[in-house]
Design a binder for this molecule. Structure first.
Ligand SMILES: [Zn+2]
Length: 54
């Protein structure tokens, strides 16, 4: 599941029962919207293009 932090807008892939934002430590995390998920995926492609090709 892709989640977004309402506190700092950090979007991340949630693993297991992650309850806190890995960036700021806030518990105000929620499931990312489709738009935020797309931005997250685009961001991953931009910063890790070689991983996508591997
Ligand atoms: Zn945060």
């Amino acid at each position: 599941m892709i989640c977004t932090c309402d506190e700092c807008r950090y979007t991340f892939k949630r693993v297991g029962s992650y309850k806190y934002c890995p960036d700021c430590g806030s518990d105000r995390i929620r499931q990312a919207t489709p738009k935020e998920k797309k931005e997250y995926i685009d961001y991953q492609k931009e910063f890790y293009p070689k991983q996508q090709l591997a």
